[in-house]
Design a protein around this ligand. Structure first.
Ligand code: NAP
Length: 301
């Protein structure tokens, strides 16, 4: 395997894979490094209904299609965690992976590392992951067939997951700290019609209960401060994300939330380093804007 590429892309989500597709179609060599799952966050989305050209497609099917398209164009995709980036005196960049054991160099580097789940930060949250607490309804929903679960959050991910779980579970509580949803209103209205979904609004999770497995949560009403305990078999946490930009700390400029500051064409403050998708500063983090970023970064000179 060559250790020099025209472009190295860190992250195989929609932004990274689109960047790879455009790079390869421009007859340039592309390497994509991915530490977790191909497709990034979207691969966990049960049903994508807003990607143009596909009325309905599962996130995992869309990810598979992007992956196959990139491979067919000759893109190299390595399942390795990028550990370090170095800017060389000649302007090329070296990307290390596998705990600095592997080194590759490129002319252009596109960071498309996406974001990770935000946690509630409560006692027992870490301990009960896989024992009632989950961040992925698609992956873990089937373990809660005919059980009682709650989804926390008011964005599109929470709403979509509540809908998915309502088809599997006996009862789904949707807990949100406000009485308005950040996610699509159309979907929120749809959920109101589903008989086994109960909205618990203006409420926050104060405490997670259970020792070897989750047994419930204690909620606080944000207006009245009243507490309420609900018994649960599962708790699905969908309260947003944190950018996966640790590898770029101190290398490129970031905003206060850790998102990479990038221009319209994806350019960062370092020549030849671009940022695409959810990891960069932007107004709208959507699948369509991620793929658009990948395109623009791949074609920027
Ligand atoms: P999001 O839109 O950022 O929503 C996060 C939700 O969690 C918000 O409702 C927020 O409440 C709540 N929250 C944040 N911190 C909290 C805390 N500490 N305690 C309780 N609640 C908290 O995140 P997302 O739903 O994961 O979506 C991320 C992006 O992906 C969005 O742009 C979304 O549109 C997109 N997406 C697209 C699709 C698709 O099918 N195309 C599917 C899923 C997601 P507040 O509203 O009060 O701030």
């Amino acid at each position: 395997m060559s250790d020099f590429y025209d472009t190295i892309i860190i992250g195989a989500g929609p932004a990274g894979l689109t960047a790879a597709i455009y790079t390869a179609r421009n007859e340039k060599s592309a390497l994509v490094l991915e530490s977790a799952g191909i497709g990034g966050q979207i691969s966990l989305s049960p049903l994508v209904e807003n990607y143009p050209g596909f009325e309905k497609i599962s996130g995992s099917e869309l990810s598979d299609k992007l992956y196959e398209q990139a491979l067919a164009l000759g893109v190299t995709i390595a399942i390795e965690e990028a550990s370090r980036i170095e800017v060389n005196p000649d302007g090329t960049k070296s990307v290390y992976s596998e705990a600095d054991q592997v080194k590759r160099t490129c002319r252009k580097l596109i960071i498309a590392t996406g974001q990770k789940h935000r946690k509630l930060g409560l006692d027992k949250e870490e301990k009960l992951i896989g024992r009632g607490i989950s961040y992925c309804a698609v992956c873990d929903g089937p373990f809660f067939k005919n059980k009682t679960v709650a989804v926390v959050g008011g964005g599109s991910s929470a709403l979509q997951s509540a809908k998915l779980l309502s088809g599997l579970c006996q009862k789904v509580y949707l807990i949100h700290r406000r009485d308005e949803f950040r996610g699509e209103q159309k979907l929120a209205n749809e959920l109101k019609q589903i008989p086994n979904i109960e909205f618990i609004l203006k409420s926050t999770v104060e405490q997670i209960e259970g020792d070897s497995a989750l047994t419930g949560v204690i909620l606080t009403n944000t207006d009245t401060k009243e507490k309420r305990t609900i018994a649960l078999d599962g708790l699905f946490i969908y309260i947003g994300h944190i950018p996966n930009n640790d590898i770029c700390k101190g290398l490129v400029d970031m905003d206060d939330y850790g998102y990479i500051i990038a221009a319209e064409d994806g350019r960062t403050n370092i020549d030849g380093i671009y940022a695409a998708g959810d990891c960069r500063t932007k107004a709208v983090r959507q699948l369509t804007t991620a793929t658009a970023d990948g395109t623009v970064c791949a074609l920027a000179e």
